[in-house]
Ligand binder design. Structure first.
Ligand SMILES: *Cc1c(COP(=O)(O)O)cnc(C)c1O
Length: 352
């Protein structure tokens, strides 16, 4: 495996820190907890999409493209990071935003990531919920071509075999850090959505024969569908890398018990997790991804899923800009107190 074979534009702040979470570990009384700070990748408040965009932009510029087109939910972190790198490189950026979460909360519709998208000068186009968002990208690309532009289409979450190379690189980086520190990692836990992060990690760890299990905590799809999407992409990444033997299906594990009512809809456990990380470690999680992943981590620690004498790394994939879209959720929770948090989201799934 040799990542330098693939075009890459370097703009992420790497390596991201690997830090202990001593207070949270003590509080939960479980295994030793660590955090890999991919919320600190440096681009426009950071996040996991920045690593993917290094490889995607490498390919886009190699092809001479001048317009980036991608899609996500209204509060997409991927869109915000794409808009930022487009601004920095002087590229046009078109974001298709799906109204996946049903709400008329002005914070959700215009604050957080949306505010930042506009600051970066991205063109925002809103679509109703439930369509095939990746299919919606192609007509936009055709429109750009007709106008004389050269579009580069990035799938939702930057999750294809090119973007996922960013998380192959992260696997190498993390194992190197652990080796240097003499830290034996027993488990990696992170939020999984469009699958590129987990697929890249799993393929990278497999290529190294690291023997470190990865647990993706789902934020949208049910377990079977999520694992199938991750495995399919991990196999394609392994093929691109020339990893012999492919990816065993058993290397892909997702737990989708912490989604709650649906994508982007708050749960009491998410609110508790965001508050615990904030109050005990001074770390900001996000309401859509890392808050739910941390809720899963915390619940599994409490249930004794991880041996007490083990070392568990939580991969922080970013997203805190999204907190400002969920002001009402956290204000209500603050009034009530964390332990009595009830699901009164004000945000609900669109009727199908
Ligand atoms: C996109 C995203 C994820 C999920 O990563 P995928 O590669 O889409 O599975 C997790 N956390 C945050 C903050 C994200 O923005």
């Amino acid at each position: 495996m040799h990542l330098a074979r693939f075009p890459r534009l370097k703009f992420a702040h790497l390596p991201t820190p690997l830090e202990p979470l001593p207070a949270l570990g003590r509080l939960l009384g479980g295994p030793r907890l660590w955090i890999k700070r991919d919320d600190c990748t440096g681009l426009a408040t950071g996040g996991n999409k920045t690593r993917k965009l290094e490889f995607l932009l490498g390919e886009a510029l190699a092809r001479g493209c001048d317009t980036l087109i991608t899609q996500g939910a209204v509060q997409t972190n991927h869109g915000r990071q794409t808009a930022a790198i487009a601004a920095r490189l002087g590229l046009r950026c078109i974001l298709l935003l799906e109204h996946r979460v049903s709400t008329d909360d002005p914070d959700y519709l215009a604050n957080g990531n949306v505010l930042l998208d506009r600051l970066f000068g991205a063109e925002l186009r809103e679509l109703p919920a439930g369509g095939d968002m990746n299919a919606a990208l192609e007509p936009v690309a055709a429109e750009v071509r007709r106008a004389g532009g050269k579009p580069y289409v990035i799938p939702g979450g930057g999750s294809n075999e090119v973007g996922a190379l960013g998380y192959v690189a992260c696997a190498l980086e993390l194992v190197h850090q652990a080796n240097e520190a003499g830290l034996r990692i027993d488990h990696i836990v992170h939020a999984t959505g469009s699958a590129g992060t987990q697929a890249g990690l799993v393929a990278g760890l497999q290529a190294m024969h690291a023997g470190i299990p990865v647990l993706g905590i789902g934020v949208r799809a049910p377990k079977e569908r999520q694992e199938a999407a991750v495995h399919d992409l991990a196999c394609r990444v392994a093929e691109k890398l020339g990893v012999k033997g492919g990816i065993p299906r058993s290397a892909v594990v997702a737990n989708c018990d912490y989604v709650g009512e649906g994508y982007g809809i708050p749960t009491p456990a998410m609110v508790e997790a965001v508050r615990l990380f904030a109050r005990h470690e001074g770390i900001l999680l996000d309401p859509v991804y890392t808050g739910k992943a941390a809720a899963g981590l915390i619940d599994l620690v409490r249930k004794g899923f991880f041996p007490k004498d083990s070392d568990v790394v939580f991969l922080h994939t970013g997203g805190a800009a999204g907190l400002f879209a969920y002001r009402a959720t956290f204000e209500r929770a603050t009034e009530r107190g964390a332990d009595r948090a009830r699901p009164e989201p004000g945000l609900s799934r669109r009727p199908a």
